[in-house]
Design a protein around this ligand. Structure first.
Ligand SMILES: *Cc1c(COP(=O)(O)O)cnc(C)c1O
Length: 374
């Protein structure tokens, strides 16, 4: 008997997730200090001070299990969103909600549709359930091709993911295209709209997916406290949707997905609208700066409604590939995300940081450019 022979074939086929190295470890290996991380779309302002204070006050209570129903967080968020408490489900990040969706709706023989390149968790949860991933390439502007996704729906389709704004391209779809797409969907499939970056979106015609979640059964909107709320390390995400659908996801989850500190911090963060507004403003200014400066370096970028921007830094008279630029930037103490794993071999994804961090990234790229390395 070998362990391997016992492993489910669809699990054996998966590639383990490659975690990035901790910043301290990279610094040690490269012999540098003061590196900045613009790689994981985190809030550079940090968490809300109110969330930190609330957690401090709660530390002595962590011998207790968390509230399995997230009662207070649920009530506050439901009131904020104008939904009933039963329309919400909480998970260990919105990654957790993706897992519940796969567990509830997918198995061998089923299909789930998503765009590609898009969020790396979709293949992990779909393929991990034994179902088949049907990927639909982004259009020429690296945005969701919703008509093509509609055409990809077949008799085995159970679940469709729309990531808006899309990670890793930052592109978004507007209300007209989105509404047309949702109206065209058959009733017997689940639509999951991943809005991890919705709070950053600036286009005036950004779709109202929440309105669809209240109207179309089988619709769920995924949101998170990891991005603009600055609580990525706590792992709190949620889904808002049709209470019937949410009720099934509640069966698929574990009793204590969201920890005690996570619930308390998320609740306090919801009350700190000023912090959210500050993060939004800072991001808008940083985005405008980066887009302008990258253009001045002759680098192509894509319009982003999120807190990161995709840039083509290699090819045609430049470095060989995005990986080379990523590694050269590392040596300058600036960590970005190479995109080769998404088939975007000439690109890197840059998270908008603090003003001085953005300036440092631009200065590092300018230096590499002058040396013919970007
Ligand atoms: C970051 C991100 C998430 C959120 O992940 P969490 O598990 O909530 O930290 C979800 N979807 C997309 C597209 C993301 O980029």
């Amino acid at each position: 008997m070998s362990i391997e022979s016992l492993v489910k074939p669809h699990i054996a086929k998966l590639e383990p997730y490659q975690p990035g190295k901790p910043v301290e470890e990279l610094e040690r290996e490269l012999g540098i200090t003061g590196a900045i991380k613009l790689a994981s779309n985190e809030n550079p302002l940090g968490p809300s001070p109110k969330a930190v204070a609330a957690m401090r006050a709660a530390l002595d209570g962590v011998n207790r299990y968390p509230d399995g129903g997230s009662f207070r967080l649920r009530a506050k968020l439901a009131a904020r969103l104008g939904v009933e408490p039963g329309a919400l489900v909480f998970g260990t990040g919105s990654d957790g909600i993706l897992e519940f969706l796969a567990k509830t709706f997918l198995g061998p023989g089923d299909e789930a549709i998503y765009a590609w390149p898009s969020f790396a968790m979709y293949p992990i949860v779909v393929n991990g359930s034994g179902a088949t991933s049907v990927t639909v390439p982004l259009d020429d502007g690296l945005a969701h091709d919703l008509p093509a996704m509609r055409r990809a729906i077949g008799p085995r389709t159970r679940l469709v993911f729309v990531c808006n704004p899309n990670n890793p391209t930052g592109t978004s779809v507007g209300a007209a295209a989105f509404d047309r797409f949702v109206e065209s969907l058959p009733a017997d499939l689940v639509l999951a709209v991943d809005e991890a970056y919705v709070e950053y979106a600036r286009r005036p015609d950004f779709p109202d997916a929440l309105a669809w979640a209240k109207r179309r059964p089988g619709t769920i909107v995924l949101r998170t406290f990891s991005k603009i709320y600055g609580l990525a390390g706590l792992r709190v995400g949620y889904g808002v949707g049709d209470p019937e659908l949410v009720g099934f996801l509640e069966r698929a989850r574990h009793p204590f997905d969201v920890g005690l500190l996570g619930q308390i911090a998320a609740e306090a963060a919801l009350d700190d609208l000023e912090h959210v507004e500050r993060a939004r403003r800072l991001n808008g200014e940083g985005m405008d700066f980066l887009v302008r400066e990258l253009a001045a370096l002759g680098l192509e970028t894509w319009p982003s409604d999120a807190n990161f921007v995709l840039a083509r830094v290699a090819g045609a008279g430049r470095a060989a590939n995005g990986r080379a630029v990523y590694e050269a930037l590392l040596r300058e103490g600036v960590i970005v995300r190479p995109m080769g794993g998404f088939g975007l071999t000439e690109h890197v994804r840059i998270t908008v940081g603090l003003p001085e961090e953005n300036a440092r990234l631009v200065a590092a790229l300018r230096k590499l450019r002058a040396e013919g390395r970007a």
